[in-house]
Structure formats: C-alpha cells, structure tokens
Design a protein around this ligand. Structure first.
Ligand SMILES: [Fe+2]
Length: 204
C-alpha cells in the first residue's frame, strides 16, 4: 500500500464497520490477497494504481444500505446486489476524489465496483479489468472466516459446501498468484474438514 492508499484505507475502514457484519474482515482479507497478487506482478501495469483502491472499496455500498437489505438472507437478493454496486460506485467516486485520484482512475475503479457482482445477476462485465477484482472477491469464499460461517448459517455439510464453492471457481481465477492462494485455501479447508470434530468446536 502506498501513502495515498493507506490514507484512503484509514477513511474506508470505519465505514466498513457499518456494512454487513463481516465486511471489515472480508475486505482486510481481500487486501491481503490482492497485495500478494500485485507484488507478484500479476496485474497489468496500467491497472496497478487502481487495483488496491478497487479491492478496498468494492463493497462500500453495503455501509449505505438499509439494515433490512444487508441482513442475512437479504443481501444475496438481486435488488440488493444491484443497489450495493450502484451506491458503492457513487460513494467510492466521492471518497476517491477527496483522496486526490484523477478522473480517469476514478472512472476505472468505479466501473469495476459498479459491476463486480454482475455474474450473480447473469450480466457480463463491461471492463476486462473487473475480473481481477472478482478473483479477489471470490477467494474470500474459500477462507476459513467465510466458510465456517456459511456452514453454520446454512446448516450444510462442509464437504457439500466445499464442492459447491470449488464449482464456482472454474472461471474466476485469472492470475497465477490467485491460483496459488486458492489452492492453499482449499488445502486448509480440506485439512479442517478432515479434522471435523475440531472445526465444529471452533465454528464462528
Ligand atoms: Fe466482496
């Protein structure tokens, strides 16, 4: 993170606490993964300055959504998904302007934010850069933090959930480092599932 990104993060962090219960942990995890991808040189040169701000801000829309829309069970509804992307892009534009980003960078970042969940809605991406954000967003789905929460909430067998998760990754991993992170997270979950008794005790 450079100085401007660190300052932006300082502003964004408290807002994320007003989003869904897991948004702050989600974004911190996304930033950690994105920094590895960036450090490995897997992001196109012209996107490098926009990549971390897009990751950091991509779910900021939830902070401005009514409580009912971001509650468990509601946030995956198409209308909520659509609204969090639209509101997120608007709020991100304001935050980025205040942080000193130029118009072109703001347009690139906000396009990515405004369409990052399009695959859930059956819509394509307009920008070919959005796939880099989606990769990071989806890696969250195989982290310990997200996985055991969903096992508990949906009362689903971990093996079944893992199989579903892995299916959704078929076209989502687009960088070599994303692939390495994904394989390591998958290995960790498989090891935990193997030691099932322990996971049940440690569920969030
Ligand atoms: Fe996300």
């Amino acid at each position: 993170m450079d100085t401007r990104e660190a300052q932006l993060w300082h502003t964004v962090k408290p807002l994320l606490r007003q989003g869904r219960a897991w948004d702050l942990v989600h974004i911190k995890t996304c930033i950690k993964h994105a920094e590895h991808v960036l450090a490995a040189g897997d992001i196109p040169e012209e996107l490098r300055d926009c990549y971390l701000p897009a990751v950091m801000l991509h779910d900021i829309g939830w902070a401005f959504m009514p409580h009912e829309a971001k509650a468990i069970g509601a946030y995956s509804q198409p209308a909520s998904r659509e609204a969090h992307m639209r509101i997120g892009a608007e709020k991100a534009a304001q935050l980025l302007k205040t942080a000193g980003y130029d118009e072109q960078a703001i347009a690139t970042i906000c396009t990515m934010i405004g369409e990052h969940d399009n695959p859930y809605l059956g819509k394509p991406f307009r920008s070919h850069y959005t796939k880099y954000l989606r990769e990071i967003d989806l890696l969250w789905r195989v982290t310990e933090e997200n996985f055991w929460k969903v096992v508990k909430l949906k009362q689903i067998e971990p093996e079944k959930l893992l199989a579903k998760r892995l299916q959704s990754f078929t076209d989502a991993i687009v960088t070599p480092t994303g692939q390495l992170i994904f394989e390591e997270l998958e290995r960790q979950l498989e090891a935990r599932i193997m030691r099932r008794e322990r996971c049940i005790k440690e569920v969030v």
